[in-house]
Ligand binder design. Sequence first.
Ligand code: ADP
Ligand code: ZN
Ligand code: ZN
Length: 701
Amino acid sequence: MINVGDVVQVHFNNSRVNGIVTGLSDGSEVLINVKMKYILKKESITLSPDFIGFCRKLAEYYGSSLIDFLKLMLPPRANKKQEAIYTAVVTCENLPDKAVNQKRVWELVSTSGGLSAREISQRTGLPVSSVQAALTALIKKNILSKSYRVIDRKPKIPAGERRMTPLNLTQDQVLALKKIFANLENQRKTILLYGVTGSGKTEIYIRTIEKVLNQGQKAIVLVPEISLTPQMLAIFQTRFPGRVAVIHSRLSAGERFDEWHMIYNGQADVVIGARSAIFAPIKNLGLIIVDEEHESSYKQAEHPYYDARAAAIFRARMQNAALIFGSATPSVESYYKVVTGEYLLVKMTKRASGMPLPELEVVDMREELKAGNRHIFSRKLVSSIKQTLSCNRQAILFLNRRGHSTFVICRDCGFVLKCPHCDISLTYHFDDKSVKCHYCGYRVKAPDICPVCGSSHIRYFGAGTEKVEQEVCRLFPGVKALRIDADTISKKGSLERILSSFRKGDAQILIGTQTVAKGLDFPKVSLVSVITADTALNMPDFRAGERTFQLITQVAGRAGRADFPGKVLVQTYCPESFAIKAACEKGITKFYREELKNRQKSNYPPFCHLLNITLTGSKQDMVEKNATEVKNMLCEITEGGLEIYGPAPAPRYRVKDNYRYHVLLKSKKVETLIKVEESLKAMKKQRDIKIAWDMDPQDLL
Ligand code: ADP
Ligand code: ZN
Ligand code: ZN
């Protein structure tokens, strides 16, 4: 019997192909005549009609094909991990005295039951090779038999980082839960949980999940990739022992395979994971939680494009599950949905610890220059770090650039080192004295003399995390600092190691990029500094203000989380920026009101939908010509108030030897853009340059 949702293998054009049954035609005997075979012989997999409907919806919305999303619901290609175990066939056996090893192995196995070669080796002290030889001989003699057992590759979670027993709820939490529970029972609106940093949102999630589990349903918790720290996982593992499955990109294919099956077989009640966890095959779904919902990492900015937040909305609707978006700095889009009444707002304005939110202070770096301080640390920052260290507390220094210097210039001829493949200046890395391209990974030894004029006056400008580390060493000799950026956390487990080392107090200062801004909870941190708030502000993106506001508020939220107040210094050359001001004055409502006004005036989301089309190719003139043609064809679609911008060279104009052009579309009606996507699919087939489109883009670079 073939059913919709079955995963099958069919013979097609003399080869075997895998597929999913997405529908049955009336003449279903045609299908039955095709020679079909289930792919996974033991557990034949079936995706429920809900799942297929969910994927269909996504495919339609993002102008992709159905299979792109169905694939995300299937297990990764891997097998169960098995281990050979040995058991005794006969009850007693007289082995010759000279077969010493065989005798020992036999004695052990006959008294202990099924053991693996590894276990036998451990218990007898014999090397594995000798054990293997003895086992082979014993099997040949039919004294032992061999069978297999499945090993569960449960990703290891360093437990006990922080045990969390049920807490006495704060008043904010009590009220929030009351509102959330009432909503679960009645109207079932999407909830926006706006809770300041440290207000105890995790506890709200846990209690809501408990409620849903008690009703016999299951939950998905989405977190930004980086928040999947041992800390967060340990809390969930402790509160839902043995019932949590984890999905994120750092798992091996085998681990993901096992987690997938645990979920599919209904053994996981709570799935916690990064954006792809929204595709977890949970049948009886009662709740989806999206933590730190403002994070742009929920958007997959490559094929297949999708936003896990939009997907959560589709999926919740499809399976009639409750949906909670949580953040201390909600996205402007979500905030707007509260204004229009689509979402229900649940607020928590106080920290669970009872401590006040940290004080934020703007440091005008122009004044520093005037006073003759050319360093990246203001005088105020230096004295604040000193004070923090003297009280035996910790500091976090935030910067969103890695490396040492962001560009390398010849002082004599003005030549700037650039990547030969991308339109971007190279970053100097002190660690290995190299210059690197942060887009494509191109890397060469830093030159001693200018490649153009031969001068030795090479200067390094701009600051990255390495430079900050050097400044710390220079100003505070003997103080230990740790660094978190893409260079230091590339190895599996290294992020966890750095975080736990900082938590233990092995270092006094933590320097880092975005990662340190996100959801971390270090009780001993009393000082936080944003080294330059301007980097995010000056991005060519309509969300630059929003991102700056969120970043400052989030980084600041790492300070003073336990039992003493925190202090935050925000260094900037642009203290009059309204995003920086709003963040420092904690004027959250003011910020959203002002930002919404701006968005409305310039017609950007949430007041319209965007579709960003990117054309990419190795010949600049071809790309430009194609972009113009695409634009002209789209101009013929005039209905639905479609606005077309471009073609224009993308801000990231050249990447990996390819030229990039954008055509940006705006429309009040998303249906108009979905229709455009249909036309683009047809155009894509006729052209030999790459065309990609991104609905609701998170970045326009
Ligand atoms: P958020 O995610 O809102 O920033 P967390 O959920 O990480 O905040 O909680 C912040 C801190 O407050 C954590 O250390 C947590 O253990 C603590 N906390 C949460 N709820 C309570 C409570 N009811 N009583 C005391 N401490 C709490
Ligand atoms: Zn030069
Ligand atoms: Zn490059």
